[in-house]
Write a protein that binds this ligand. Structure first.
Ligand code: SF4
Ligand code: MG
Length: 331
């Protein structure tokens, strides 16, 4: 199949004292094999929650309230505990923001690699070390130095590279990168990003990149999904989306990114909604310059414009805009 992952109608809720947060609402998304798919959106838009469902690691008190996630044909939401342990790291691995904090501070790096490996597969220690050295080399770290080091002996950027090597340890089919460079300085970010792109090029591994930074997404991704307040509002090929964004929020994100523009950046007015009390209809309507009367009443469904682009916005429903419902929001 062309898609490694097929997410359908996924909903994730967090029951709170004062109500239920719909962190992810009826999201459907395909992740094509061998490509980089990015999810972009402000913090709190549901990207990380969605990604955590791909590892069946939604944080408490969140629950997957409905939907389906097919991974290489297998329904993830039906996996038993033992099958899940098997699946994590060996099928899907994740590198998150400040992932370096996941390293055990009192165990040497080399030992941590070996422990993780043998928890999944039987192998001789020398063989594992050979593989780890190769991976560390790959992320441009000196294996001899790093294997014997404790985490505190390495810089933040080095630890993040150790985590990237970790994610490759069991040859997963999918790597999820959740703001992988956000906690680092700009030069280190660039350096690590180049390493990730090299890995993708060499191994052809499928990646899901989560970022609030649309400039990073523009550089890296083949396909982009835009999330707003728990909804997926636009999905398309990266070049198409940047050339002609279809959803006003996507257009706003692009206009707000200084590095993508020659003109001055223009931040999106307003702020994301309180997730305990989201606006009726289109959740973006209080911030949208194009809002119409129906936008406050009816939530727009995610519809296919052509075979490439999906968008959830009434401007693109039948009866609005120009030919085929395509409305030029860049104007
Ligand atoms: Fe704006 Fe209406 Fe489209 Fe929502 S549905 S993005 S409010 S035009
Ligand atoms: Mg996040």
């Amino acid at each position: 199949a062309a898609n490694l992952v097929e997410i359908r109608d996924l909903s994730i809720q967090f029951p709170m004292k004062r109500g239920v947060v719909q962190a992810v609402q009826n999201v459907s998304l395909d992740i094509p094999r061998g490509k980089i798919t990015a999810l972009v959106g402000e913090s709190g838009s549901g990207k990380s929650t969605l990604a955590s469902a791909l590892l069946r690691m939604v944080s408490s008190p969140g629950v997957i309230a409905g939907g389906s996630i097919k991974f290489d044909g297998t329904e993830l939401l039906k996996l038993k505990k033992r099958e899940l342990r098997e699946y994590r790291w060996s099928q899907t691995a994740m590198v998150f923001q400040a992932a370096q904090n996941a390293l055990n501070p009192v165990v040497r790096i080399g030992e941590q690699f070996i422990e993780t490996y043998v928890a999944h597969k039987k192998e001789r220690k020398e063989k594992i070390l050979d593989k780890v050295k190769h991976l560390l080399d790959y992320v441009r770290l000196d294996p001899n130095r790093v294997l014997n080091a404790y985490p505190h002996e390495l810089s933040g950027g080095m630890k993040q590279r150790v985590m990237i090597a970790f994610s490759l340890l069991l040859d997963p089919k999918l790597i999820i990168l959740d703001e992988p460079t956000t906690a680092l300085d700009v030069i280190t970010q660039e350096y690590i990003f180049n390493i990730l792109m090299q890995i993708h090029k060499d191994l052809g591994i499928t990646m899901l990149l989560l970022s609030h930074d649309i400039a990073i997404v523009a550089k890296a991704a083949d396909q982009v999904g835009v999330m707003y307040a728990g909804n997926l509002v636009e999905v398309g090929e990266t070049c198409d989306m940047f050339a002609a964004p279809k959803h006003p929020y996507t257009s706003g994100l692009i206009k707000a990114a200084p590095s993508l523009l020659t003109e001055a950046a223009e931040p999106i007015a307003g702020s994301p909604p309180n997730m305990l009390n989201t606006p009726a209809g289109c959740k973006f309507h209080p911030r949208c310059k194009h809002a119409m009367e129906m936008c406050g009443r009816e939530q727009p469904p995610l519809l296919s414009l052509d075979n490439q682009t999906l968008v959830a916005c009434h401007l693109h429903s039948a009866g609005h805009g120009t030919e085929g419902g395509a409305y030029d929001i860049a104007a």
